[in-house]
Design a binder for this molecule. Sequence first.
Ligand code: SF4
Length: 194
Amino acid sequence: MDLEQPKKWKNNIMESQTSNIRQLPLAIKSNNEMIQEALSKGASRAKIILTKNIAVANWNRLQCQFGCQHYGKLHTCPPHSPTTDETAEILADYDKALLLYAEANRDMREIAVSLENSFKTKGFYKAFGMCSRPCDLCEICTIDTFCKYPEKARPTLQGCGIDVQRTVFINGWGDVSPNKPCADMQNIGMVLLD
Ligand code: SF4
């Protein structure tokens, strides 16, 4: 009989408890810091979500093409933004994202890009921000040449094939988003993290 067995189990349990204790507060601390930073930059709500809980669908691009005045007129909208299939492949490179919501009068593009830049300096080198409103940085988009502000312009969530309505619903924010892509009231943002 191995008299050391109970001691080994105890040690294993202690190790596992120790590793839990070591990891969990760090993750919570890191999440809280990101959320607080998002709120300080103008978001009303922010939460860390898993990218597997981001819904992608083709129907929004159909609505972009047939019904939206921005289609083909902005570098950040279809058909120039990543397709739904490309977005699904891109999302597979990430595990987590910061989901954002702000009041209609806040510039979500600015908030998301500012967070992206900040998170990059903190080690999240893949960070990438997006928002649900079409780019409005230029009076007329230089669609025939190059984007004038590539460091600030970002593709719209729905233009990339992200089902914004379903994504916020899945992640517990069904109350914040009317189903009107590009509408002022649908002021949703996201920063892909790692
Ligand atoms: S920054 Fe200007 S050029 Fe670039 S996508 Fe926005 S409107 Fe177009």
